[in-house]
Design a protein around this ligand. Sequence first.
Ligand code: NAD
Ligand code: ZN
Length: 338
Amino acid sequence: MERLGGAVRACSRRAVVITDTNVGPLYAPKALQSLAAAGVQADAIDFAAGEPSKTLFTLAALFDKLFALRPAIDRRTAIVALGGGVVGDMAGLLAATALRGLPWVQCPTTLLADVDASVGGKTGVDHPAGKNLIGAFHQPRAVVIDVDALATLDAANVRSGLAECVKHAVICDAELLEWLWQRHEALLACEPRTMTELVARNVAIKARVVASDEREAGARAYLNLGHTVGHAVETLLGYGGVTHGQAVALGMMVACKLSERRGLMTPAQAERVSGVLERLGLETRRSGLDAEAILNIVQHDKKARAGVVRMVLPRELGAVELLDVGPQELRGALAVLE
Ligand SMILES: NC(=O)c1ccc[n+]([C@@H]2O[C@H](COP(=O)([O-])OP(=O)(O)OC[C@H]3O[C@@H](n4cnc5c(N)ncnc54)[C@H](O)[C@@H]3O)[C@@H](O)[C@H]2O)c1
Ligand SMILES: [Zn+2]
């Protein structure tokens, strides 16, 4: 967090920190201190923590507070996102649209935001018709990650971020999967040196994929491994019923089962993925999930043609493919979650 001020000063002398009601009391004083020490004049604005706040209504309230600030903001004012993925998405969209675009710096404070949400420049809010339906691509000038902030993060959110790391490993780095297997204790304890290495490896993977395909025409879609079924599980269980990463872990189990049945993966490889997830405290099955309801949501979300959805499926460990999956096949694989 000490390095935040310098990173913001490189683009502006005036900044507005956007944070939420959980992160603000914990880290806004440190962030503001760092900005002041670097000669940046800054204010902080917060909104109620949690995904239900990620709406145009909250964004409108943020605009009101932003434009009420004195001295007034101008095109050179930097927005600083201090918080998890929700703050990053909201502050990023604010930066993309206020005065037709302000520079912004991300300071993520959840593991999910460190390894995933803070890289790639996607910003957005939810709409009653679906998640992340309103947004823009707007790259931050810098991302300042302080793994010490993970010390206050609850265990479920640590595991949620770890699930995205397993996803990165399955997509393109089999060696990372072994590393996650071996370091599970240090990872769950958020041991700072281990977290620094984890974040560095995962940011490098996401940055490489995004750089090769910023607007999601090809390879970036691979990052959706586990997300087709994962989003449906999130929709079914509702906000608070499951973390995003936990839902993605369940989605990866279904993807691995599909791969196994098609002969793209051996049963031992699929078992390795579930073994790593379990070691990291993630559920690999959940009783009581309604497979037909998941199937319906998937087909509705993906505007499936004749029930066929395009999914990311692992090919062995460390590679994936985009393949069409029919309803019967998906129904069969969903049984892995029971
Ligand atoms: N833009 C992208 O590319 C991208 C990628 C992945 C996810 N996302 C978005 O990210 C969001 C999920 O992000 P998230 O999991 O970080 O959720 P979040 O921002 O809601 O954070 C989870 C909870 O942890 C609290 N928190 C944050 N940092 C903390 C800390 N250091 N100590 C204690 N509590 C802390 C938050 O207040 C919140 O209650 C979703 O809205 C998702 O759509 C965006
Ligand atoms: Zn995700």
